[in-house]
Every structure is written in structure tokens, then in C-alpha cells.
Design a protein around this ligand. Structure first.
Ligand code: R5P
Length: 281
């Protein structure tokens, strides 16, 4: 049976179709003091808990769902983290700080037999879980919603996302791959990008990244591209977190369209990761 976090219902439904298995209807509640509660149907066999954790409340909801699944009879709990929150906090940046990704991974491991997570910021985050954990690669799906492109360039806004650009280009079938270099000021969140010499005049550009959070990285990259007279600039990401005014920043920078997956359910979630998650299960 598939069980869903409240923010992952569309993906859970798509996964149930892919796997041809039951989709449990979960009741979600928030008590007057802010505490969360869930209630799941009775389960016979394996429970697959699908729950992105973009917020701290979602983390708690996941822990409750895992526990409820066992209480309801599951003999195995497989947790799917379409988007794993806190994964980017994979080190202590100064003395006295936690390794937050490790802390949440350990907590999740306490209620799971196995964990899958879609394109975590670094695959190494899987080593923080104390149960078998593996990444699922959805990068190839980023080419699905793209229109016909003219002499395309697939560009990553920093060197860490070049694999995504290559996967999207390979899935699209043609195009050049390039990347910019990025430096972030962790005090202010400001992003400075050092562009490459790639020529984009008259060409379509697809900027790919794993996450769009504040939109600072993408909007800076698009602004630089805009000075080089591209035909159109598209943006494709796995996790369209799009916090606060990120979508406005992208529009203002001149993006033609934004495409994301349903690891985080947003208006731009044009692609479902259900097929690749189903394969991994
Ligand atoms: C970091 O290296 C990631 O790949 C993304 O580039 C980053 O998380 C995006 O964050 P933001 O949208 O806040 O710039």
C-alpha cells in the first residue's frame, strides 16, 4: 500500500498507478497547539511512505506516517523522500552547528527498513541513513516537457549540476553542454556567478539545476545569459521549491518557461518522477 504525506498526494497517486497497488487514504490533522496527527488504513504487507520534507512540519508528518504504518500492520516500511529537506546541510559550517542532514536521516531511519530519495543535492547524503538508502535519478525526465529547441545549449549554473545538464541533453537527443561557476555568500545568501565563454546568441538555452530554492542562482544565471542575446531561456529543475518570491525573480530575469517535477507539487510540476521511483522500488 502507498501512503502519502499531505504534500505528496499527486505523486503518491501516480506511483500507485505505476505499481498497480493500493493507495491508502490518509487523514491529516493539526491540533490547536500545532501538533500534527495522521491516521492510515489497516495494511497487509509492505507500506511505501511517500513524503517530501520541504518543511519541518513535513518531517514530523513523515515520522508519524512511518510509525502509523507499523501500527496498522505493515511488515516492511519503505520510505520514499521525493525531496529530502535539510539534505543541503550536509556538514557543520561552523563550530557548534549540527550536521543537520545526518540528524534527520537518523530520525527517518528509525522508522524505515529502506529509503529512496530523488536527486539529493549530493548522493553521499544516503550514507547518513542507518538503513539501506539509495538515490533515484530523475534528471533524464527534465527533457520531457521541453518544446522543440533551436541549436540548444544545456547549461548548469554551477559545476555541481553538470551531470543534470548532460542527462537532460542526452534525453533530449542533441545540444551542447556547458556550465558556469557559482560562489554563494552564506551570510547574506547572495550568489555571484562567473560565466563561461559559451556562445548563446540566437540559440535556445536550458538552464538545469537540482533545486530552485530562493531563485538567486537561476535568476543570476538567466540575467547573464540575457546579455548575450539568446533566442529563449528555459529553466528545468528536479525540485521546484520556489520559496518566497523565487518565481517572480525568474520571470523578471526573462525566463521563457519553468519546468519542474512533482517531487514538490507546484504549478510548474510538469513531470512526474513516478516511473523512475517505481523502477527503483
Ligand atoms: C546548490 O548548489 C544547488 O544546486 C542549487 O543551485 C541551489 O540550492 C539553489 O538555491 P537558490 O535557488 O536559493 O539559489
Amino acid at each position: 500500500m502507498i501512503l502519502s504525506g499531505s504534500a505528496s498526494q499527486a505523486l503518491a497517486a501516480a506511483l500507485a498507478v505505476e505499481l498497480d497497488c493500493d493507495l491508502g487514504v490518509v487523514d491529516y490533522e493539526t491540533f490547536p497547539d500545532g501538533e500534527r496527527m495522521v491516521e492510515v488504513p489497516s495494511i497487509d504487507g509492505r507500506a511505501v511512505v511517500v513524503c517530501s520534507t520541504p518543511t519541518s512540519d513535513a518531517h514530523v508528518e513523515l515520522l508519524l506516517l512511518q510509525d502509523a504504518a507499523r501500527e496498522a500492520g505493515a511488515d516492511e516500511v519503505v520510505t520514499v523522500l521525493p525531496y529530502m529537506g535539510y539534505a543541503r546541510q550536509d556538514r557543520a559550517f561552523s563550530a557548534g552547528q549540527p550536521i543537520s542532514a545526518r540528524a534527520v536521516a537518523r530520525a527517518i531511519s528509525a522508522g524505515a527498513d529502506r529509503v529512496l530519495t530523488v536527486n539529493p543535492h549530493e548522493d553521499a547524503v544516503c550514507e547518513f541513513f542507518t538503513v539501506p538508502a539509495e538515490p533515484v535519478d530523475a534528471a533524464g525526465l527534465l527533457a520531457d516537457p521541453l518544446p522543440d529547441l533551436v541549436d540548444p545549449v544545456f547549461l548548469s549554473p554551477d559545476s555541481g549540476a553538470i551531470d543534470l545538464a548532460e542527462s537532460a541533453r542526452d534525453a533530449h537527443g542533441t545540444g551542447e553542454v556547458d556550465y558556469f561557476e557559482k560562489q554563494r555568500d552564506y551570510e547574506t545568501g547572495a550568489v555571484a556567478i562567473t560565466p563561461s565563454e559559451v556562445s548563446v546568441a540566437g540559440r535556445d538555452v536550458v538552464v538545469t539545476d537540482d533545486i530552485i530554492a530562493t531563485g538567486a542562482t537561476m535568476s543570476e544565471a538567466i540575467a547573464i545569459l540575457g546579455e548575450r542575446d539568446p533566442r529563449r531561456v528555459f529553466v528545468a529543475c528536479v525540485h521546484p521549491l520556489l520559496a518566497a518570491n523565487a518565481r517572480l525573480k525568474l520571470a523578471n530575469a526573462g525566463v521563457e518557461a519553468v519546468y519542474g517535477t512533482d517531487t514538490i507539487e507546484r504549478a510548474v510540476s510538469e513531470v512526474s518522477v513516478a516511473p523512475v521511483v517505481a523502477d527503483a522500488l
